[in-house]
Write a protein that binds this ligand. Sequence first.
Ligand SMILES: Cc1cc2nc3c(=O)[nH]c(=O)nc-3n(C[C@H](O)[C@H](O)[C@H](O)COP(=O)(O)O)c2cc1C
Length: 181
Amino acid sequence: MDIYKTLQERRSVRKFMGDPVPQDKLERILDAGRLAPSWSNKQCWRFIVVKDPERKEKLAESMPESNPARKAIGQTAPAVIVLCADPEASGKQDGKDYYLLDSGLAMQQLMLAAHAEGLGTCWIAWFDESRVREACEVPEDYRVVALTPLGYPEKDPSPKPRKELEEIVYEEKWGNEISSK
Ligand SMILES: Cc1cc2nc3c(=O)[nH]c(=O)nc-3n(C[C@H](O)[C@H](O)[C@H](O)COP(=O)(O)O)c2cc1C
């Protein structure tokens, strides 16, 4: 699939059909994450693929009931990917922790690849880290950065609005509107 089409079409998916994710697709998606750039190429990330219904339920229980993706994790998605990262294996500069960026880039690549494979994902950050850690036996030196459900979308969600380019891009210096040339 064309990269721009993938970028335009990807949505956060929170309702899934129960069908399992084929292993070849899963491996290609994980490989897309593996190929991401990272601080000094340290690749501080780890991905845990969870399919066991009881463990998925434990992951759902780590999320507040008002989290709109809770049901996807516990019930509808056939798989969940837990994104972990080792902060010590990445860099820190001027108070910026690059493990979050490294692992976020890997997850975004994985999510775009999932869409190109006809599968849905949703970045989830609102959960109790200690409960995810316990459910998946994540060691203390790793942070749990995000979860995503993975599966065939029940339907294509409608697009969420984005700011216009003019609102977010400046030319040469802060506040200077970009010329249309
Ligand atoms: C850092 C981050 C945290 C998020 N946490 C959650 C979450 O806990 N639950 C949820 O349902 N969606 C979560 N989302 C998904 C956003 O709500 C979604 O990306 C946004 O509304 C734009 O919609 P779109 O992804 O369909 O374009 C999160 C997204 C990001 C980037």
